[in-house]
Write a protein of this length. Structure first.
Length: 291
């Protein structure tokens, strides 16, 4: 279900600061044209915390329409650190959403027993399968391989976006004994190639706004057993990802998208501030090498 590359779209803003929905639609089609298996709306890359409810609804509407036209999977980010409000947000997801990317509860640090209880409660109420967003350097909550397997045993949990900041022992353990029907998607762009080598099924990668087809080819190469080809391609794409994450996400990506004429402004909303021109120019030079 979750195989391949899923692009977590930025939310472009126009010169007046409003969401540029026409640019959202163009980015969505472009990603799918270039080989993405699906789109993610309202992820961290989409600055979801800075959007009001009406803006979020409009972004989902555009992405759902594109994915329906293209028969692609739409995943929507659903963030919350309490179970009741997160469950309510899941119940309110509109038609056209295929899966929900749900962050491990942040700030509260409920312990792994609490994380299991949280996801089991959400899975019982969600109208769509869940993808656990495991990103401990943002949430402050560690989740081990055994806990992820326990959560993944629920039939309404489809997989995990694994973004632990590297390839740790839990990643090795999880992929060495993976549950059937529970997919692991790389979430740290620089480390996606080694995670694919271990058996991950794809990635949710902000870097794949660029070189989307190459990222898709990386998945195919590892799954076909072409280790030599995949290794070389993975190293090249890791350099691209590193260049795009030299300032807080998505500031560099937006800067390069704007430089490429793909979004109307490079603007982000506070507390984010735009990446400096030198950083954007350096990343743009790496992106151009992939054209």
């Amino acid at each position: 279900m979750l195989r391949g590359i899923h692009v977590p779209l930025v939310t472009p803003f126009d010169a007046s600061g409003e969401v540029a929905l026409d640019a959202v639609e163009k980015l969505a089609h472009r990603a799918l044209d270039e080989g993405a298996a699906g789109l993610v709306a309202l992820g961290t890359t989409g600055e979801v915390a800075a959007l009001d409810p009406a803006e979020r609804a409009r972004v989902i509407e555009v992405c759902a329409r594109v994915c329906a036209e293209r028969q692609a999977l739409l995943t929507v980010g659903v963030t919350g650190n309490d179970t009741r409000s997160t469950a309510r947000a899941l119940r309110e997801l509109p038609e056209g959403v295929g899966t929900a990317l749900v962050t491990v509860p942040y700030f509260l640090r409920p312990g792994e027993r609490g994380v299991v209880a949280h996801f089991e409660a959400l899975a019982e109420e969600s109208p769509v399968p869940l993808v656990v967003y495991h990103i401990p350097y943002r949430t402050g909550q560690a989740v081990g391989a055994a806990t992820l397997r326990e959560i993944g045993a629920h039939p309404m949990v489809a997989g995990v976006k694994y973004a632990a900041g590297g390839i740790d022992q839990d990643a090795v353990d999880l992929l060495a004994d993976l549950l059937e029907g529970f997919d692991v998607l790389g979430g740290d762009d620089v480390f996606v190639s080694p995670l694919l080598a271990l058996g991950a099924s794809g990635g949710i990668l902000a870097s794949a706004h660029f070189a989307t087809r190459s990222f898709a080819e990386l998945v195919d190469a590892w799954q076909a057993g072409d280790a030599a080809g995949a290794r070389a391609l993975g190293h090249r794409l890791a350099r691209l990802s590193a260049a795009l994450f030299t300032a807080p996400n998505p500031t560099v990506i937006k800067g390069v998208l704007h430089a490429e004429g793909l979004i109307p402004t490079p603007d982000v909303r506070l507390p984010l501030v735009p990446a400096d021109p030198e950083t954007v120019a350096a990343a743009h030079a790496v992106v151009r090498q992939e054209h």
